[in-house]
Design a protein around this ligand. Structure first.
Ligand code: SF4
Length: 468
């Protein structure tokens, strides 16, 4: 049975990573998919002034987030003037309750969903299903993880952890027929079975890539046509938008959209860009009768004004996940939360609190690869380090604190450093096998449970230096 993200996040990262690391094929599957995207991303930016583009994108996001309430008010005013209903949800519960009430009012039996990480964050689908409504994910990756009863594993590619054989078996088992592991056949099959959902859905639910304050428009980027179907065929469209996903105008959007697409997929353009300007007008032939936008706070406001504010600049491209050596080993499910990888390791503890997710900032090698690829220059590895500090301050691990204080006191003095090095060298003998320490006594065993520890050298640098 799928674990709810909240329950999962309460387990330690170490335990979840253990489970993931036992799936020997996982790094291979994830590595292949993420390497391809990363190589394409590098190629596409090689021709462009990447530093200049990143500076400009960072400036736009920093300005918008610093003036978020002004732009949100403007967005709501302009969107409502065009007939869109805007609801500000302070919490996940408020957002879910709004959609449930709307679904009940419309007598909805079937809901077609396009990809929306914000809706995953608030656990919208399980709540609607509990009301007896059938909710069908129509993004192919999301459809696959829905059938597998799993949360998405990557911001852009929810089923990145599944091989094509696994996908073929999953679709075949669910639909009771045999299917080859040929991506084209599988895609065509999914397309056929999902068609009914688009045509019969009472409500379409989507995410939002950007809300444009100047016009009250919603900008959606998709690779499959499902986003367009979900937002135009059902009589009601509900968009769930994180409150930070605002841009002042189309001018800024014209910078951020290509940056998002290139960083996410390594392509110059996405297959579909959709701009939704409200419900169908009397002289229009298609479009929904009602458009609702749920603007989601759910912990974001409390990040504003802190040293972590720049995490709200994120445009959800997933590039940091592709290059993260930890994510590439354990996949998104290792993080036990909706957002995996470096973005999740920073954002999740800030949204749900250190008690539930204070271990996530440790799920990083701090190599800085994430910071290097981020199109809006979020200093992810620095934020991870700062979070480790803040978590330690809040959780005050007494024994660990004392041990580190003693260690730092000793190492600040040359004689203390030399003494400890000698003691470690004398005491490590029984643990060294083949030039490595594979099993150390507690508390170092937490390290050697998963990797080897290099032994203290027979002669230290200082000793060799002295001889010279
Ligand atoms: S933190 Fe940066 S790289 Fe990661 S998803 Fe957000 S925008 Fe993309």
């Amino acid at each position: 049975m799928a674990m709810t993200p909240d329950a999962a996040v309460r387990k330690r990262f170490e335990d979840r990573a253990d489970v993931q690391l036992r799936k020997r094929h996982l790094p291979l599957i994830i590595g292949r998919a993420t390497d391809t995207r990363e190589a394409r991303r590098r190629d596409i930016f090689a021709e462009l002034d990447l530093p200049g583009l990143r500076n400009a994108a960072e400036a736009v996001r920093a300005h918008t987030v610093a003036n978020l309430h002004t732009y949100l008010d403007r967005f709501a005013e302009r969107a409502e003037a065009r007939g869109t209903k805007v609801f500000f949800a302070a919490t996940a519960e408020e957002a879910v309750s709004y959609v449930r009430t709307l679904a009940a009012k419309r007598g909805a039996r079937l809901i077609a969903k396009a990809k929306s990480m914000a809706s995953e964050e608030i656990h919208l689908s399980p709540a609607l299903e509990a009301d007896g409504i059938e909710v069908v994910e129509t993004d192919l990756g999301e459809y696959i993880v829905q059938l597998a009863k799993e949360p998405p594993s990557h911001i852009i590619a929810p089923a990145v952890h599944k091989s094509r054989t696994e996908i073929a078996r999953l679709l075949a088992a669910h639909h009771g027929r045999s299917l080859p592991d040929d991506p084209e056949v599988l895609t065509a099959f999914a397309r056929e079975v999902l068609r009914r959902t688009f045509l019969e859905a009472d409500i379409g639910i989507s995410g939002v890539n950007f809300g444009v304050a100047e016009t009250g428009s919603l900008a959606l980027v998709t690779n499959e046509g499902n986003g367009r179907m979900v937002t135009s065929l059902p009589p009601v469209h509900v968009a769930i938008m994180g409150m930070e996903r605002i841009v002042p105008s189309f001018e800024e959007l014209s910078l951020l959209l290509p940056m998002l697409v290139a960083s996410a997929t390594g392509r110059p353009v996405s297959t579909y860009f959709s701009f939704i300007n409200g419900p169908r007008l009397p002289d229009e032939v298609d479009g929904p009768e009602e458009v609702h936008v749920v603007v989601l706070d759910n912990g974001r406001s409390k990040i504003l004004g802190t040293e972590y504010q720049s995490i709200l600049h994120c445009i959800r491209c997933g590039a940091c996940q592709n290059v993260c050596p930890v994510y590439r080993q354990v996949g998104g499910h290792g993080y036990g939360a909706v957002y995996g990888g470096p973005i999740g390791a920073v954002l999740t503890p800030l949204l749900v609190g250190f008690e539930k997710a204070g271990d996530l900032p440790h799920a990083s090698s701090l190599c800085g690869a994430c910071t290097e690829v981020c199109p809006v220059k979020i200093p992810l590895h620095e934020q991870l380090l700062a979070l480790r500090r803040d978590v330690a301050r809040e959780q005050k691990p007494v024994v660990e604190g004392l041990a580190f204080r003693a260690w730092s006191t000793a190492w600040r003095r040359p004689w203390g450093y030399r003494l400890l090095a000698r003691l470690a060298r004398a005491g490590q003998g029984m643990f060294v096998r083949g030039g490595r320490i594979r099993k150390a006594p507690p508390p170092l065993s937490r390290w050697t449970n998963r990797r080897d520890l290099p032994p203290v050298a027979r002669r230290t640098f200082r000793e060799r230096w002295k001889d010279r």
